[in-house]
Design a protein around this ligand. Structure first.
Ligand SMILES: [Zn+2]
Length: 688
């Protein structure tokens, strides 16, 4: 459960994002796996008619936006999304070969091959209908008392996770990053964020009405008549609204101290005495432990209150819905379709369901990522690529060290601590040293829903079994094919999966300018997360411990406030502006990352005689290379969901919002004072 602390470059995918929909076998099978090539600086993606000093994003990405309409089955489309789709096509080839039951497959090949084959066997899935979840529904129906809720919730969470009332698992101790302790956190909602339940604007009200209709539809698919289903849907909505009101907002959750409430197990019985914690932990098979962190105590007080206030039948109604709603993407077509209609079509604007093979490749990557990843890196990630990336990382870290040393506002004491933290960062590139072993999971070729349940349960047990053991610093939180990267403040490490180190992001065929602008900026972005408003509260060992003098912290906060104020002015869609208290860490990382990349690029090419290419100076190529990572088109529905849930600003501001703070940019394009892509020197935001 480190996800809430991990700062990623992009919004992470989840089943709610990618899951579900109608049947489609979708096009011819993939041939021998190969990834297509697009250069990291693509002239055709530019709009040369646009003035870079007026709207740089349009200048660098206007051609891309025009040439890349959003595919009908997508909610947004971007350079990153396109590369991920290429990866899926590539992985499809691997999986189709792996799924041939030749009798001579390696164990890992058999795992991913059988999982994929079962997912693709639509006839078998269809025949099963609601059967895969029937034993869970029977267990819910058989509940006799509120006391029996706890062990049942534990059992359901092993498969369906935090969608069942709350989240339980493990975390690094915020005060001692070497130790793993148990953790409890809020959850239990069907809409993407707690704010969906509380906001009073017309669109939020409409979304709630549509959600209740969705819940009703799911009950009808379970066999209820319309009247009962409607009543049950209202019960679910009422319970979830109570949970939502007791939940912290995303902005509140960016303050790690608001999420730190360590207590002894016995204290849980004071916090929520109506919940049978012993029964809960027994069924989930936790090792014995004494200390846990309750991220959101008020949430658990509310759960406790509901245990008394709600008749048992209301709890049963809530649980029945969440079992089926969570499992819907893996059930028969009627459930898959309803899930698509609400979550992906209504909420996010997709026009069509993704082909089944696409969904099945994503499920395999999500559930067995380090088995599928082995075949992926074998084919696309060479030792040379790892070496050249590490070289870039080192140069960017050197630039950061130099920047820290040169800061005119920071005291020597704080600088010393900042440098200590910088030198403590671990760099993880490409893929893990040791692969996760899935061999204990029983996987079959003919029961997709069961494979999903077993792999989810395996992962949940794996997280729980970490409690009391030393932290595994070599572990990865993303699979190798993932087109994304992250910094983890408790691990104090940066992680770059092989999937993000491919063209057009990292392009071994091109020179340093676009590569530093693009991947160099991403490395700098992740590094800066260690020093953004949130990450900077953790020390070199990953403990939540202040290493700043009071004066320096005050000055630092004023600097991040400059960024917060700047982004607060940007419009996302219609009347919605960026919630810049939510995006602050990412905005600071975007700015810091590009400054570091520019410095490192200048250092890497010192003494070389760089010449213009394609009518662009080397400096201009650096900035166009930078901007072209973020080219994107988004559906307005998707923009709304992201404005509420995504800590990243929209692509155009991740570019234009950065370059206005870089005099190096204005110099490269000879922008004049007063033009939109410049700021008066006294207004320029400068954090690091
Ligand atoms: Zn980030």
């Amino acid at each position: 459960m480190r996800t809430r602390l991990i700062c990623v470059l992009l919004l992470g995918s989840s089943f709610a994002v990618m899951a579900a929909g109608q049947s489609s076998s979708g096009g011819p099978a993939a041939q021998e796996p190969a990834l297509p090539y697009t250069p990291s600086l693509d002239l055709a993606s530019m709009d040369k008619l646009a003035d870079p000093c007026v709207n740089f994003y349009q200048y660098a990405c206007g051609g891309w936006k025009k040439n890349n309409p959003i595919p009908a089955d997508q909610t947004s489309w971007s350079v990153y999304a396109k590369l991920y789709q290429d990866n899926l096509q590539f992985l499809r080839g691997i999986l189709e070969q792996a799924s041939v039951n030749s009798g001579q497959r390696k164990a890992v090949t058999q795992e991913i091959g059988d999982f994929y084959a079962a997912c693709m066997d639509e006839a078998a899935v269809e025949k099963q209908g609601l059967a895969p979840v029937q034993n869970y529904l029977d267990a819910v129906a058989g509940l006799k008392s509120a006391k029996e809720l706890a062990p049942l919730i534990a059992r359901l969470q092993m498969v369906y996770g935090r969608s069942v009332v709350f989240a339980g698992g493990s975390t690094q101790d915020p005060d001692d990053s070497e130790r793993v302790i148990a953790e409890l956190d809020q959850g239990g909602l069907g809409l993407p964020d707690r704010d969906y339940y509380t906001k009073e604007d017309a669109k939020s009200k409409e979304t709630r009405e549509r959600y209740v209709l969705h819940v009703q539809k799911v009950f009808e698919l379970m066999g209820e008549n319309a009247e009962t289903a409607k009543k049950d849907a209202e019960t679910v909505m009422r319970l979830e609204t109570a949970f939502a009101k007791a939940s912290l907002t995303r902005v509140e959750r960016r303050d790690p101290y608001k999420l730190k409430h360590k207590m002894k197990v016995a204290e849980l019985d004071t916090l929520a005495p109506k919940f049978d914690w012993k029964g809960y932990y027994g069924v989930a098979e936790y090792p014995t432990f004494e200390i846990l962190n309750v991220a959101t105590p008020d949430f658990f007080k509310e759960i406790n209150a509901r245990l008394t206030a709600e008749p048992l039948d209301n709890w049963k109604t809530y649980l029945r819905f969440h079992v089926v709603d969570s499992a819907s993407p893996f059930l028969s077509l009627a459930f898959v379709n309803e899930n698509f209609e609400f979550y992906r079509k209504y909420l996010r604007g997709a026009k069509e369901q993704q082909a089944r093979w696409k969904r099945c490749v994503q499920y395999t990557d999500h559930q067995l990522g380090e088995a599928l990843g082995q075949a992926f890196v074998e084919k696309v990630f060479s030792p040379e690529l790892k070496q050249s990336t590490l070289d870039m990382v080192r140069r960017i870290e050197d630039s950061m060290a130099l920047r820290i040393q040169r800061l005119d506002w920071m005291s020597p004491e704080t600088k010393e601590q900042a440098l200590k933290k910088l030198h403590g960062i671990r760099n993880k590139i490409g893929y893990p040293d040791a692969w996760r072993d899935y061999s204990s999971i029983k996987l079959t070729r003919d029961d997709f829903a069961d494979n999903m349940a077993r792999t989810s349960s395996f992962e949940r047990h794996r997280q729980i079994n970490k409690i009391g053991k030393p932290v595994d610093r070599k572990e990865w939180g993303m699979s190798p094919p993932t087109v994304n990267a992250y910094y983890d403040p408790q691990m104090n490490d940066i992680n770059f999966p092989a999937g993000v180190l491919q063209p057009p992001l990292y392009d071994a065929k091109l020179d340093a300018a676009p590569n530093y602008g693009n991947t160099g900026g991403t490395i700098g972005h992740e590094l800066t997360h260690g020093f953004d408003d949130e990450g900077s509260q953790y020390d070199a060992t990953g403990n939540l411990k202040n290493w700043w003098t009071k004066e320096d912290r005050t000055k630092f906060d004023a600097r991040t406030k400059c960024v917060e104020d700047q982004y607060a002015g940007y419009v996302v869609v219609d009347e919605i502006r960026i919630n810049s208290k939510l995006t602050l860490g990412e905005d600071v990382a975007d700015l810091g990352g590009e400054l570091l990349a520019y410095m490192a690029w200048q250092d890497a090419t010192k003494g070389l005689n760089l010449t213009p290419r394609d009518g662009l100076t080397p400096e201009q190529r650096f900035f166009v290379g930078f901007a072209q990572w973020a080219c994107e088109n988004d559906r307005p529905e998707e923009q709304r969901v992201r404005a509420a849930t995504d800590p990243h600003s929209p692509g155009q501001y991740r570019i234009n919002g950065v370059v206005v703070n870089m005099p190096e940019f204005a110099a490269a394009f000879a922008c004049k004072a007063g033009q939109p892509m410049t700021k008066p020197p006294e207004k320029v935001c400068k954090v690091w």
